[in-house]
Ligand binder design. Structure first.
Ligand code: ATP
Length: 634
């Protein structure tokens, strides 16, 4: 006992834990039994950790090498105790783990809470929130624990009724590991019954690699299969067993979308059981997201932080890789540079991509579900993993101008291309609605050419790295001088040249008036209905990409857009007439600015000087109202 750690102290739960506990107490009856899955899962993880630490320091086992989880119901006391001989916790760990929400996953869970009890309770069922689920069935929970290897005088006792606070004290404890005693609520006494415990363990924890032993009236009984599921032959594993194992590795109740279970031999031997989730994990977009694939060496858990085992664009996978050839004492740091890990990664990536390709071809509905949830993550593979670019490109799906509600593959796009079309056209932006109505699409609509509409931020990086697909270049419709090649007839080209000459001096004047705000002004070949649009230079990043970089606090090179004006639009034609009469007419400059600003607005870009735009607009309206010098626009 130290001054820092008084013998017994009462502490309050972190606010988020209180929210969570409140929900637990009100959780739906049908979900309650998952508390046992969660506590057994924690016990199993604790034994995994001790086995790993014990590899380097045998003494930690304190003579009990076999992992074991015991269930002790006591009908008289109305308690159920779950006991493990795992790593245990010291006092600081107890406070950290059982008083706060330490994990990004659980924190993201709390962030998702809506305040609507029914919906929130659904979330618990889907995601599982660990230790605190004990309060679904217990009105008081006691934890006694001792970290393996520390003195028996440094055991810890924690207790709470799950309302606002808990007590923690240092105690003498002979056994290592953790015992969790649940004082069951009156309406949860079925969890004292052996038959019920047998059923729940069989349903949810059969695959746990350590025996779950019931200590009941008739002595001891092992309730589960207690073998590592992934190490068994595929044809001996039932679908239900696969699904239940998923609940263990993914900490949740939902079914997986599908799974792959395979054994690889050759230079590197390994077994992998990998699941594709049917729902995105809550922390999918958090940089510190928990890694979902656990690495084992000959069934000994090594780490769930082997970030080099899988590329980040497959971070949604859940499951296990068991690599018997890795040294058992491999340190987590060593994994980074290990050649075998690199080979396993390569093999796993190939298999997963192949599986996705098969799914896309043979089970399009399932693939669509996958893409809805994880497409934006998988796309990160294009910039990240050039070695697998072709396979990844085949898996991409996009909305398009002709099929905005569908997911279209690049192969489908190519199959629907017009004969004269020599490029895959795309447009990037913030959202589908803005893109669908973008002026840049006008000429493509007129000519019946489909354009990919890219709305995920990562798409900018995808098109930067994917310059072609199956021999056809990808071309932005908002960059450079649009060359429609054979999509344009000779006649159209001649008309364009004539117009070019006709409008040359107006364009020159506009360029002059807009000065530094634009890098160029030119006549547009992409517009049919709108008077103007902005485009980026051939090699410039583009307005959307610049905005994304700025939002991410990245340095952005200075670049000005090119303003394109539509010679077929009455407004531009009127401007040419005014210019013919008096090239110094003030209105030309003012309207030039408005053409530029409305082009920005049409693509969802911010206005650099909104007050100036507003002033120009009122002037134009004022003119229209008849109080000004002219009423040219009618
Ligand atoms: N039986 C146990 N032995 C040792 N440590 C435990 C035990 N049970 C829980 N813990 C510790 O408490 C932490 C919090 O447990 P909790 O079940 O709330 O979350 P988790 O298991 O880490 O995450 P999740 O349940 O979301 O997967 C665990 O990470 C672990 O460090």
């Amino acid at each position: 006992m130290t001054a820092e750690h008084p013998q017994q102290e009462t502490r309050t739960f972190e606010t988020e834990v209180q929210q969570l506990l409140h929900l637990m107490v009100h959780a739906l009856y049908s979900h309650r039994e998952i508390f046992l899955r969660e506590l057994i899962s924690n016990a199993s993880d604790a034994i995994d950790k001790l086995r790993f630490e014990g590899l380097k320091n045998e003494e930690l086992f304190e003579g009990q090498k076999e992992g074991r989880i015991r269930l002790v119901p006591d009908s008289e006391a109305g308690t159920l105790t779950i006991i493990d001989n795992g790593i245990g916790m010291d006092r600081d760990e107890v406070v950290e783990n059982l008083g706060t929400i330490a994990h990004s996953g659980s924190r993201a869970f709390v962030d998702r809470l809506t305040g609507d009890e029914d919906q929130d309770v659904e979330l618990i069922g889907q995601f599982g929130v660990g230790f605190y689920s004990a309060f679904m069935v217990a009105d008081r929970v006691e934890v006694t624990t001792r970290r393996a290897g520390v003195d028996t005088s440094l055991g810890v006792r924690w207790e709470s009724d799950g309302t606002g606070s808990y007590t923690v004290e240092t105690i003498e404890r002979a056994e290592l590991g953790t015992a969790i005693t649940l004082h069951l609520k009156d309406d949860a006494r079925e969890f004292l019954e052996e038959a019920e415990l047998r059923r729940v363990v069989k349903t949810y924890s059969d695959h746990i690699p350590y025996p779950v032993v019931l200590e009941g009236g008739e002595g001891e009984e092992t309730l589960n299969e207690a073998s590592a599921l992934w190490a068994r032959p595929r044809n001996e594993i039932s679908e239900e067993e696969y699904r239940n194992f998923y609940a263990h590795v993914a900490h949740g109740d939902t079914d997986p979308l599908t799974w792959l279970h395979f054994h690889a031999e050759g230079t590197t031997e390994y077994t992998a059981l990998l699941y594709l989730p049917s729902q995105p994990p809550l922390d999918l977009w958090q940089p510190e997201a928990r890694h979902g694939v656990r690495l084992y060496v000959r069934r000994v858990f090594i780490t769930d932080q082997a970030r080099d085992l899988l590329p980040t664009y497959l971070r949604f996978l859940r499951g296990v890789v068991d690599a018997p050839d890795l040294p058992l004492n491999v340190s987590r740091e060593m994994l980074q540079s290990d050649q075998q890990v690199a080979r396993i990664r390569k093999g796993v990536v190939k298999r997963v991509l192949k599986r996705l390709a098969d799914m896309a071809e043979n089970e399009p509905d399932r693939y669509r579900k996958f893409w809805d949830n994880f497409g934006a993550v998988l796309k990160e593979g294009i910039p990240e993993d050039s070695a697998n670019q072709d396979e990844l490109a085949g898996l991409l799906r996009f909305h398009t101008s002709k099929r905005p509600d569908e997911w279209v593959s690049l192969a489908d796009y190519k199959a629907a291309m017009r004969d004269e079309q020599k490029a895959i056209y795309y447009l990037t932006g913030d959202d589908l609605e803005t893109l669908k109505n973008s002026p840049q699409l006008e000429v493509f609509k007129k000519k019946g050419v489909e354009v990919l509409l890219l709305t995920d931020p990562v798409d900018e990086w995808v098109v930067m790295h994917l310059s072609e697909y199956d021999g056809t270049p990808l071309t932005s419709v908002a960059h450079g001088d649009l060359d429609l090649g054979e999509l344009e007839s000779e006649e159209e080209k001649q008309v364009e040249e004539a117009t070019e000459a006709d409008y040359g001096s107006l364009v020159g004047t506009l360029k002059d008036r807009l000065g530094e705000a634009v890098s160029d002004v030119r006549l547009s070949h992409r517009l049919t209905d709108s008077p103007s649009c902005i485009v980026a230079g051939e090699n410039a990043l583009g307005e959307h990409m610049e905005r994304l970089l700025k939002a991410a606090n990245q340095p952005v090179p200075e670049s000005q857009p090119i303003l394109e004006v539509n010679p077929d639009h009455p407004l531009v034609q009127t401007m040419k007439e005014i210019h013919g009469t008096d090239p110094a007419d003030k209105r030309l400059g003012e309207w030039g600015w408005l053409l530029l600003d409305q082009a920005r607005l049409a693509q969802g870009a911010p206005l650099p000087d909104p007050a100036a735009t507003a002033r120009r607009l009122s002037e134009v309206m004022n003119d229209l109202a008849g109080s000004g010098p002219s009423r040219i626009i009618t």
